[in-house]
Design a protein around this ligand. Structure first.
Ligand code: GSH
Length: 208
C-alpha cells in the first residue's frame, strides 16, 4: 500500500515537485483526482484548512500547503541538508523558488496575454540568481553535496519555464546542466515520460 495519498486536481500545478521528489526517492503515491465539478460542490473545500488543494496524507498526518509537504518529505527522505546551516540555506532557496513561482502563476492566470513577453524578458534577472548561487556550490545542487527538496522544486519550475520559453536556460549553463542531470536520473526520467504525468496540463487554465 502506498504510504502517501495526494488529493489534487488533474494538473501538474503545485504537485509536480512533490511527485518528482517521491519518484526519485523510490516512494509510492496514491492519487485522488478531484474534478472541477466536484470541487464546485464545496464539501471538500470546507474540509481544507485554507480552502484549497493539494491535500497530502501521511498516515494520520494531514497536510495542506505544498511547500510544507515538500519540507515534510525532505525531512523524512534525507533531502533537507546534513545540518542546521544547510537546512536554513535550503529553506532560503525554496522561498526564492516560491517567490518566482508566484510571479509565474500571476502571469499565467492574470496577465498571460498582456504580460507574457515582459515576463520572459525579465526572467534572466531571476534565473541568474539561482544560477550564481548554484555555481558557487560546485556540487550541481543548490546546497551541500546532496539533492534537497528545494532542488526538486526549482527543477519543476525550470521545466515549466522551458515550456514557456524554450531558450530561457541557454545563458545559464549551470542551470541547464542541473535540468539535464535531474531529467536523466532514472526514476525522474521514468516519471516525466509516464503517460499519467505527461497527460496533465501544467496549469489549470491551459496556459503554459
Ligand atoms: N499556497 C497553497 C496554494 C494552493 C492553491 O493555490 N490551490 C489552488 C489550486 S493550485 C486551489 O485549490 N484552487 C481552488 C480554490 O481556491 O478554490 C499551496 O502551496 O498549496
Amino acid at each position: 500500500m502506498a504510504p502517501y495519498t495526494l488529493t489534487y486536481f488533474a494538473v501538474k500545478g503545485r504537485c509536480s515537485a512533490l511527485k518528482i521528489l517521491l519518484a526519485d526517492q523510490g516512494q509510492q503515491l496514491k492519487e485522488n483526482l478531484v474534478t472541477f465539478d466536484d470541487w464546485m460542490k464545496g464539501d471538500l473545500k470546507k474540509c481544507c484548512v485554507f480552502g484549497q488543494l493539494p491535500k497530502f496524507e501521511d498516515g494520520d498526518l494531514v497536510l495542506f500547503q505544498s511547500n510544507a509537504m515538500l519540507r515534510h518529505l525532505g525531512r523524512k527522505h534525507g533531502a533537507y541538508g546534513k545540518n542546521d546551516s544547510e537546512a536554513a540555506l535550503i529553506d532560503m532557496m525554496n522561498d526564492g523558488v516560491e517567490d518566482l513561482r508566484l510571479k509565474y502563476l500571476k502571469m499565467i492566470y492574470q496577465e498571460y496575454e498582456t504580460g507574457k513577453e515582459a515576463y520572459i524578458k525579465d526572467l534572466p534577472n531571476h534565473l541568474s540568481k539561482f544560477g550564481a548561487f548554484m555555481a558557487k556550490n560546485k556540487s550541481g545542487f543548490l546546497v551541500g553535496d546532496k539533492i534537497s527538496f528545494a532542488d526538486y522544486n526549482l527543477f519543476d519550475l525550470l521545466l515549466n519555464h522551458k515550456v514557456l520559453s524554450p531558450t530561457c536556460l541557454d545563458a545559464f549553463p549551470t542551470l541547464k546542466a542541473f535540468v539535464d542531470t535531474l531529467s536523466a536520473r532514472p526514476k525522474i526520467k521514468a516519471l516525466l515520460e509516464s503517460d499519467d504525468f505527461k497527460k496533465l496540463p501544467i496549469n489549470g487554465n491551459g496556459k503554459q
